[in-house]
Ligand binder design. Sequence first.
Ligand SMILES: [Zn+2]
Length: 247
Amino acid sequence: MTSEPKENFARGARRNPRLAERVAELIEKDIVASGWRIGSVLGSEGELIERYGVSRAVFREAVRLVEHQQLATMRRGPSGGLVVTEPDPGVVRNAARVHLRRAAVTRHQLLEARMALELAGIASATENLTESGIEKLKEALDLEQEQIDRGVTRGYARDLHRVIAELAGNPAIALFVEVLAQLDQDIVQQEWDAADVDDEGHLDDAIASHEAHEAIVAAIVAGDAPLGQHRMRRHLQAIAALLPDES
Ligand SMILES: [Zn+2]
């Protein structure tokens, strides 16, 4: 990978961890400034070392950081250089979930955050609703109905929340609604698994959630954001009551 002896590279990078982070930030700035065109080349290694005015070891450590963040990757060869890539949102969501679990977030705190985000999402989704948005909502409801018909209750709770958040057209709302809804579901599922309750025991909960989802969608489609928010609030409170809260 590198022509330098490994120890030298590691030592050089360790000496300047802050500098490498700073260069990684500059690379990120340059990617944003250049319009984040996936596949475009920011420059060759030699050009970029000159542009940022750092040693090869520091530059390579910075590249390791931006590669880890999925901002760019170093391509070898004649047409090589630092190539702009597309960050995988799944990796970001996963990292956020891991962080929140490590921070021992409670279900009560998750509810509080979801409430704020999802109610804002309902308002924007209702305001921006298009024909294709209505189709997406109906598809999500149909999928839920199919799952319930087949007796599948695992994973029923999340998809409609994701669709509404995406229709809100706000990437920040979409990201965090997905993270929080998934995390809440993971925690509930874990408790159920620990209590050795089989999926069939939750069919009633799944049906109640589905009915709440239908009512929320009906309000959004009718253009009645306050009613949709009211129904979402009650639905999230019902989800929160699925387990006795620890806090
Ligand atoms: Zn739900």
